[in-house]
Design a protein around this ligand. Structure first.
Ligand SMILES: Nc1ncnc2c1ncn2[C@@H]1O[C@H](COP(=O)(O)OP(=O)(O)O)[C@@H](O)[C@H]1O
Ligand SMILES: [Mg+2]
Length: 429
């Protein structure tokens, strides 16, 4: 077996090019079982490329396994392993190697086979210098372009992924902000009552130094209201602070029913509500849930807004919560044209479970659309109306909390999204 490898020692820096980014010389593999053509090819290309040479198929494949080869010039007729087989194996080792076949009197069938195996060119033997140079230069260029395209495509994909995550985070933060704002806004009501009553009491007392019995009664009554409103304010601010502070392993202070009240405040003023009917059925007995309070509201709000938006005709949306004392029978759910269950792999399916469903009697989700609705940016509302992020965010939040998400839909009847989350006892005091 004659196997030799030469590599040129002169540098390939061209005067005037930046020194920091020397271009790698291409590597050319020459495979031929005859020494004559091998040496003449080496002589032709030694100044342009790093050269590797093999006199048979197995040696060529071994070289490809241990070196980054850009282009191979391959004799189709060799003793032992045929050129076609070598081509196939080389492509298996590295699909991006470009291969130029050298042929003598091959049938068109063999040539077709070579092209099918993605040889990039073929040259008749004996070859003339100019054709051979052009073929190898072409193959090298193709290889460089292809790897650049590949790297760029990968970079682009990475960038798109990052951008997508950023957008989704932004959207989540935005909704969280709205929820906080609405909670803080709740303090306004009681504060207005308090300040009004204090003014009235001030007027009543005026400059008098002694109070009549009825004045005293009047003031006592107003003070009772003020005390109630102050307690109210303290409650709201506690709730707000608990949203900000709560660690996931701490027992929650805010129960599901309180979150439903917050949801109803947000929904009441939401533009998508319009004239649609809206109902909330809270839990018979309140309980906590292993998800951040604002995230629970965000999940329900996204589902409720979608339910309002599913039809321009006045329809109804119902949010219902129930406590399940048994784990779910996952076998009874089947993904199909009208139904899907998500996050099963990650689902902590142990009782008690909180079941929260958002049901509408709108048009339903067409079977061909159902598998797509959880993809980021998928929307049927047009870019000016939908972000396509709502359901993706819902799914992410539920996954983080080890919950599951189910959707069932029927054309003309409506759609129900159901969230299952592990329920946890509320913090005492
Ligand atoms: N209750 C529903 N009824 C019918 N289709 C729905 C419902 N909820 C979601 N969809 C479909 O899922 C798509 C994606 O929803 P979503 O991720 O919230 O994005 P967006 O609301 O911005 O379109 C919607 O555009 C709609 O086609
Ligand atoms: Mg939406």
């Amino acid at each position: 077996m004659s196997l030799s490898s030469t590599s040129s020692t002169d540098t390939d820096l061209v005067v005037g090019q930046p020194v920091a980014t020397p271009r790698r010389r291409g590597t050319l593999l020459i495979v031929d079982d005859e020494e004559g053509p091998r040496l003449s090819l080496q002589f032709i290309f030694k100044d342009d490329y790093d050269i590797l040479m093999a006199s048979n198929g197995p040696a060529a494949i071994e070289l490809a396994q241990n070196n980054r080869i850009d282009v191979a010039v391959l004799d189709i007729r060799m003793s032992g392993m045929s050129g076609i087989e070598v081509l196939e194996r080389l492509k298996f080792v590295d699909p991006s190697i470009e291969v130029v076949m050298m042929t003598a009197f091959e049938t068109t069938d063999t040539m077709r086979q070579a092209l099918r195996l993605r040889a990039c060119d073929y040259i008749n033997k004996p070859f003339d210098l100019a054709t051979m140079r052009a073929a190898v230069a072409n193959a090298m260029q193709r290889r460089t372009l292809e790897s650049e395209i590949h790297t760029n495509a990968e970079k682009l994909q990475e960038l798109l992924g990052e951008l997508q995550n950023q957008k989704i985070e932004e959207q989540m933060t935005h909704t969280r902000g709205e929820i906080y704002a609405s909670i803080i806004h709740d303090i306004n009501g009681p504060l207005t009552v308090i300040s009004g009553f204090i003014q009235i009491m001030n007027q009543r007392i005026g400059n008098s130094t002694r109070l009549e019995v009825e004045d005293l009664e009047f003031i006592k009554d107003r003070l009772r209201t003020i005390t109630r409103q102050v307690t109210n304010c303290i409650e709201i601010s506690r709730r707000y602070l608990s949203f900000l502070r709560r660690q996931t392993d701490e027992a929650p202070r805010v129960g599901v029913n309180q979150l439903l009240t917050d949801l109803s405040h947000l929904v009441r003023v939401h533009p998508s509500k319009q004239n649609n009917h809206f109902e909330i059925h809270p839990l018979a007995k309140d309980i906590g849930v292993s998800m951040h309070g604002t995230d629970v509201i965000q999940v329900l709000l996204n589902l409720t807004v979608n339910a309002f938006q599913c039809s321009p005709i006045t329809h109804s949306v119902v949010v219902e919560c129930r406590l399940l004392e048994q784990p779910l029978e996952l076998g009874s759910f089947k993904d199909g044209p009208q139904e899907r269950l998500l996050n099963v792999e990650n689902f902590k399916n142990s009782a008690p479970l909180l079941k929260m469903s958002v049901r509408d009697n709108g048009p339903g989700v067409p079977a061909e659309i159902l598998p797509k609705i959880f993809q980021p940016y998928f929307t049927t509302k047009g870019t000016n109306h939908g972000t396509g992020l709502g359901l993706n965010i819902v799914q992410r939040l539920i996954k983080e909390a080890k919950g599951a998400l189910h959707v069932r839909t029927e054309m003309g009847e409506g759609t129900t999204f159901t969230v299952y989350l592990p329920a946890v006892p509320l913090a005492t005091a």
